[in-house]
Design a protein around this ligand. Structure first.
Ligand SMILES: [Zn+2]
Length: 297
Protein backbone atom coordinates (compact mmCIF):
# COMPACT_ATOMS: atom_id res chain seq x y z
CA UNK A 1 0.00 0.00 0.00
CA UNK A 2 1.18 3.53 -0.76
CA UNK A 3 1.58 6.10 2.01
CA UNK A 4 0.64 9.71 1.32
CA UNK A 5 2.11 12.41 3.54
CA UNK A 6 1.30 16.11 3.58
CA UNK A 7 3.34 18.62 5.56
CA UNK A 8 1.32 21.76 6.17
CA UNK A 9 3.66 24.67 6.77
CA UNK A 10 3.12 28.39 7.19
CA UNK A 11 4.33 29.18 3.67
CA UNK A 12 4.41 25.82 1.86
CA UNK A 13 2.39 22.63 1.64
CA UNK A 14 4.54 19.66 0.75
CA UNK A 15 3.28 16.30 -0.43
CA UNK A 16 5.21 13.03 -0.66
CA UNK A 17 4.24 9.46 -1.50
CA UNK A 18 6.15 6.49 -0.09
CA UNK A 19 5.94 3.09 -1.72
CA UNK A 20 5.74 -0.18 0.23
CA UNK A 21 9.53 -0.20 0.70
CA UNK A 22 9.49 3.35 2.12
CA UNK A 23 11.07 4.96 -0.94
CA UNK A 24 9.81 8.42 -1.92
CA UNK A 25 8.11 8.05 -5.33
CA UNK A 26 6.46 11.49 -5.57
CA UNK A 27 7.21 14.86 -4.10
CA UNK A 28 5.72 18.30 -4.71
CA UNK A 29 5.45 21.69 -3.02
CA UNK A 30 2.84 24.39 -3.40
CA UNK A 31 2.35 27.66 -1.51
CA UNK A 32 -0.03 27.65 1.46
CA UNK A 33 -1.39 31.14 0.70
CA UNK A 34 -2.53 31.44 4.29
CA UNK A 35 -3.17 35.16 3.89
CA UNK A 36 -6.42 34.12 2.18
CA UNK A 37 -7.68 32.47 5.35
CA UNK A 38 -8.61 29.09 6.73
CA UNK A 39 -11.05 27.90 4.04
CA UNK A 40 -8.48 28.66 1.38
CA UNK A 41 -5.79 26.68 3.22
CA UNK A 42 -8.14 23.67 3.34
CA UNK A 43 -8.71 24.08 -0.42
CA UNK A 44 -4.94 24.21 -1.02
CA UNK A 45 -4.50 20.96 0.94
CA UNK A 46 -7.21 19.42 -1.26
CA UNK A 47 -5.35 20.64 -4.36
CA UNK A 48 -2.18 18.92 -3.19
CA UNK A 49 -4.08 15.75 -2.38
CA UNK A 50 -5.74 15.69 -5.83
CA UNK A 51 -2.35 16.01 -7.47
CA UNK A 52 -1.04 13.07 -5.44
CA UNK A 53 -4.05 10.87 -6.26
CA UNK A 54 -3.60 11.68 -9.95
CA UNK A 55 0.11 10.81 -9.81
CA UNK A 56 -0.69 7.22 -8.79
CA UNK A 57 -3.93 6.80 -10.77
CA UNK A 58 -6.01 6.65 -7.60
CA UNK A 59 -4.17 3.64 -6.13
CA UNK A 60 -5.08 2.64 -2.54
CA UNK A 61 -3.21 4.63 0.08
CA UNK A 62 -3.03 5.85 3.64
CA UNK A 63 -2.98 9.58 4.36
CA UNK A 64 -1.34 11.56 7.14
CA UNK A 65 -0.65 15.24 7.66
CA UNK A 66 1.73 17.18 9.87
CA UNK A 67 0.54 20.55 11.14
CA UNK A 68 1.81 23.40 13.27
CA UNK A 69 -0.03 22.95 16.58
CA UNK A 70 -2.40 20.09 17.41
CA UNK A 71 -6.09 19.33 17.76
CA UNK A 72 -7.20 19.18 21.40
CA UNK A 73 -8.48 15.68 22.27
CA UNK A 74 -11.21 17.33 24.35
CA UNK A 75 -12.54 20.13 22.17
CA UNK A 76 -11.38 18.79 18.79
CA UNK A 77 -10.18 22.29 17.91
CA UNK A 78 -6.71 23.30 16.70
CA UNK A 79 -4.55 25.00 19.35
CA UNK A 80 -0.94 26.05 20.03
CA UNK A 81 -0.33 26.83 16.35
CA UNK A 82 1.91 29.59 15.07
CA UNK A 83 -0.28 29.50 11.94
CA UNK A 84 -3.02 31.37 13.74
CA UNK A 85 -5.62 30.98 10.99
CA UNK A 86 -5.87 27.28 11.97
CA UNK A 87 -6.65 27.91 15.64
CA UNK A 88 -10.17 27.03 16.72
CA UNK A 89 -10.95 24.91 13.63
CA UNK A 90 -11.62 21.19 13.22
CA UNK A 91 -8.92 20.82 10.63
CA UNK A 92 -8.91 17.04 10.30
CA UNK A 93 -12.67 16.80 9.83
CA UNK A 94 -12.74 19.73 7.41
CA UNK A 95 -10.03 18.23 5.21
CA UNK A 96 -11.62 14.76 5.33
CA UNK A 97 -14.97 16.16 4.24
CA UNK A 98 -13.36 18.14 1.42
CA UNK A 99 -11.25 15.32 -0.02
CA UNK A 100 -13.38 12.27 0.84
CA UNK A 101 -10.57 10.26 2.46
CA UNK A 102 -9.69 9.49 6.08
CA UNK A 103 -6.83 11.56 7.49
CA UNK A 104 -4.56 11.24 10.51
CA UNK A 105 -3.02 14.49 11.71
CA UNK A 106 -0.15 15.10 14.10
CA UNK A 107 1.87 18.01 15.30
CA UNK A 108 4.86 18.59 12.99
CA UNK A 109 7.39 17.80 15.75
CA UNK A 110 5.71 14.41 16.24
CA UNK A 111 6.05 13.76 12.49
CA UNK A 112 9.73 14.72 12.67
CA UNK A 113 10.27 12.27 15.56
CA UNK A 114 8.43 9.50 13.72
CA UNK A 115 10.49 9.93 10.54
CA UNK A 116 13.82 9.98 12.34
CA UNK A 117 12.81 7.03 14.57
CA UNK A 118 11.78 4.82 11.65
CA UNK A 119 13.87 6.01 8.70
CA UNK A 120 16.49 8.39 10.08
CA UNK A 121 19.16 8.82 12.72
CA UNK A 122 17.37 6.77 15.41
CA UNK A 123 16.45 3.74 13.28
CA UNK A 124 16.25 0.60 15.37
CA UNK A 125 15.88 2.41 18.72
CA UNK A 126 12.77 1.80 20.84
CA UNK A 127 12.32 4.97 22.90
CA UNK A 128 13.06 7.97 20.72
CA UNK A 129 12.62 11.64 21.54
CA UNK A 130 12.76 14.06 18.62
CA UNK A 131 13.53 17.70 19.33
CA UNK A 132 13.10 20.61 16.96
CA UNK A 133 15.29 23.59 17.80
CA UNK A 134 14.32 26.32 15.36
CA UNK A 135 12.60 29.65 15.92
CA UNK A 136 10.85 27.83 18.77
CA UNK A 137 11.39 24.45 20.46
CA UNK A 138 9.14 21.45 19.86
CA UNK A 139 9.38 17.78 20.55
CA UNK A 140 7.79 14.42 19.91
CA UNK A 141 7.89 10.99 21.50
CA UNK A 142 7.97 7.70 19.59
CA UNK A 143 7.73 4.41 21.51
CA UNK A 144 8.33 1.18 19.59
CA UNK A 145 7.61 2.88 16.29
CA UNK A 146 4.39 4.61 17.36
CA UNK A 147 3.91 8.32 18.12
CA UNK A 148 2.59 8.83 21.65
CA UNK A 149 0.61 11.99 22.07
CA UNK A 150 -0.51 11.38 25.65
CA UNK A 151 -3.77 11.80 27.53
CA UNK A 152 -4.18 15.49 26.73
CA UNK A 153 -2.23 15.47 23.49
CA UNK A 154 0.83 17.39 24.67
CA UNK A 155 3.39 14.61 25.12
CA UNK A 156 6.73 15.89 23.90
CA UNK A 157 6.00 19.59 24.46
CA UNK A 158 9.29 19.89 26.21
CA UNK A 159 9.92 23.39 24.82
CA UNK A 160 7.38 24.79 27.27
CA UNK A 161 8.80 23.26 30.39
CA UNK A 162 9.79 26.18 32.62
CA UNK A 163 13.39 26.00 33.78
CA UNK A 164 13.41 29.45 35.37
CA UNK A 165 10.32 31.03 36.95
CA UNK A 166 12.00 34.45 36.66
CA UNK A 167 13.21 33.84 33.11
CA UNK A 168 12.18 35.58 29.89
CA UNK A 169 8.50 35.79 28.97
CA UNK A 170 7.55 33.06 26.47
CA UNK A 171 5.12 33.31 23.55
CA UNK A 172 2.89 30.90 25.48
CA UNK A 173 2.45 33.52 28.22
CA UNK A 174 4.57 31.74 30.84
CA UNK A 175 8.10 32.51 32.00
CA UNK A 176 11.41 30.78 31.51
CA UNK A 177 10.27 28.04 29.14
CA UNK A 178 13.08 26.01 27.51
CA UNK A 179 12.12 27.77 24.27
CA UNK A 180 13.05 31.18 25.68
CA UNK A 181 16.64 29.95 26.18
CA UNK A 182 17.65 27.48 23.49
CA UNK A 183 15.57 28.39 20.43
CA UNK A 184 16.85 30.69 17.70
CA UNK A 185 14.66 33.51 18.98
CA UNK A 186 15.79 32.94 22.59
CA UNK A 187 19.45 33.07 21.59
CA UNK A 188 18.96 36.24 19.54
CA UNK A 189 17.06 37.93 22.37
CA UNK A 190 19.80 37.15 24.88
CA UNK A 191 22.50 38.49 22.55
CA UNK A 192 20.45 41.65 22.00
CA UNK A 193 20.02 42.06 25.78
CA UNK A 194 23.77 41.75 26.40
CA UNK A 195 25.15 43.72 23.45
CA UNK A 196 22.25 45.98 22.38
CA UNK A 197 22.83 44.78 18.83
CA UNK A 198 21.01 42.24 16.71
CA UNK A 199 22.55 39.17 15.09
CA UNK A 200 20.89 36.03 13.79
CA UNK A 201 21.35 32.88 15.85
CA UNK A 202 23.81 31.37 13.39
CA UNK A 203 25.76 34.66 13.22
CA UNK A 204 26.10 34.59 17.01
CA UNK A 205 27.40 31.01 16.85
CA UNK A 206 29.90 32.02 14.16
CA UNK A 207 31.00 35.14 16.09
CA UNK A 208 31.68 33.06 19.20
CA UNK A 209 33.82 30.61 17.23
CA UNK A 210 35.55 33.07 14.91
CA UNK A 211 38.60 35.29 15.04
CA UNK A 212 38.95 37.94 16.28
CA UNK A 213 37.15 36.47 19.25
CA UNK A 214 33.88 38.08 20.27
CA UNK A 215 33.74 37.84 24.07
CA UNK A 216 30.06 38.81 24.24
CA UNK A 217 29.08 36.09 21.75
CA UNK A 218 31.16 33.57 23.69
CA UNK A 219 29.44 34.50 26.94
CA UNK A 220 26.03 34.20 25.31
CA UNK A 221 26.92 30.78 23.89
CA UNK A 222 28.13 29.61 27.32
CA UNK A 223 24.70 30.66 28.64
CA UNK A 224 23.07 28.79 25.74
CA UNK A 225 24.94 25.49 26.29
CA UNK A 226 24.30 25.59 30.02
CA UNK A 227 20.56 25.86 29.43
CA UNK A 228 20.76 23.23 26.70
CA UNK A 229 22.34 20.89 29.25
CA UNK A 230 19.72 21.64 31.87
CA UNK A 231 16.80 21.19 29.47
CA UNK A 232 18.08 17.89 28.06
CA UNK A 233 19.07 16.50 31.46
CA UNK A 234 15.52 17.15 32.70
CA UNK A 235 14.18 15.30 29.69
CA UNK A 236 16.52 12.35 30.18
CA UNK A 237 15.73 12.13 33.89
CA UNK A 238 12.02 11.73 33.10
CA UNK A 239 12.12 9.59 29.98
CA UNK A 240 15.60 8.01 29.78
CA UNK A 241 15.22 7.54 26.00
CA UNK A 242 17.34 5.24 23.80
CA UNK A 243 18.15 8.22 21.59
CA UNK A 244 17.43 11.92 21.17
CA UNK A 245 17.42 13.31 17.62
CA UNK A 246 17.74 17.05 17.03
CA UNK A 247 16.23 18.85 14.04
CA UNK A 248 15.51 22.45 13.09
CA UNK A 249 17.93 25.22 12.11
CA UNK A 250 19.97 25.07 15.33
CA UNK A 251 20.64 21.34 14.87
CA UNK A 252 23.48 22.44 12.58
CA UNK A 253 25.49 23.84 15.49
CA UNK A 254 28.32 21.28 15.68
CA UNK A 255 29.17 22.05 19.32
CA UNK A 256 25.72 20.85 20.47
CA UNK A 257 27.04 17.31 20.05
CA UNK A 258 30.25 17.91 22.02
CA UNK A 259 30.10 20.85 24.39
CA UNK A 260 26.30 20.66 24.65
CA UNK A 261 26.45 16.96 25.48
CA UNK A 262 29.09 17.67 28.17
CA UNK A 263 26.65 20.12 29.75
CA UNK A 264 23.95 17.43 29.78
CA UNK A 265 26.34 14.90 31.35
CA UNK A 266 26.99 17.27 34.29
CA UNK A 267 23.30 17.31 35.15
CA UNK A 268 21.79 13.84 34.59
CA UNK A 269 20.77 11.87 37.66
CA UNK A 270 22.73 8.72 36.86
CA UNK A 271 26.19 7.36 37.57
CA UNK A 272 26.96 7.54 33.85
CA UNK A 273 25.62 9.18 30.72
CA UNK A 274 25.78 7.57 27.29
CA UNK A 275 22.47 8.56 25.70
CA UNK A 276 23.02 9.15 21.98
CA UNK A 277 22.24 12.79 21.12
CA UNK A 278 22.05 12.68 17.34
CA UNK A 279 21.88 15.12 14.48
CA UNK A 280 18.90 14.39 12.21
CA UNK A 281 19.52 12.54 8.95
CA UNK A 282 16.45 13.47 6.95
CA UNK A 283 16.74 17.26 7.10
CA UNK A 284 13.77 19.11 5.61
CA UNK A 285 12.24 15.84 4.40
CA UNK A 286 11.51 14.54 7.91
CA UNK A 287 8.19 16.38 8.26
CA UNK A 288 6.56 15.02 5.14
CA UNK A 289 7.99 11.51 5.56
CA UNK A 290 6.74 11.42 9.17
CA UNK A 291 3.31 12.56 7.96
CA UNK A 292 3.25 9.64 5.53
CA UNK A 293 4.24 7.23 8.31
CA UNK A 294 1.34 8.19 10.61
CA UNK A 295 -1.36 7.88 7.93
CA UNK A 296 -4.79 6.20 7.99
CA UNK A 297 -6.46 4.36 5.15
ZN1 LIG B 1 6.33 28.65 26.72
Amino acid sequence: MLRFGIDLGGTKIEGAILDASGAVVFRERISTERQHGYEHVVARIATMYASMVKAVDGARHTLGMGTPGSQSPRSGLMRNSNSVQLIGHRLREDVERTIGHALAIENDANCFAMAEALHGAARGRNVVFGVIMGTGCGGGLVLDGVVRTGRTGIAGEWGHQSIDPFGPLCNCGRRGCVETFISGSGLERQYQRVTRTHKSALEIVASAAGAPSDAAAQAVMAWFYEHFGRAFANLINVLDPDAIVIGGGLSNIDALYTRGVDEIAKRVFSDYFDTPVLRNELGDSAGVIGAALIGRE
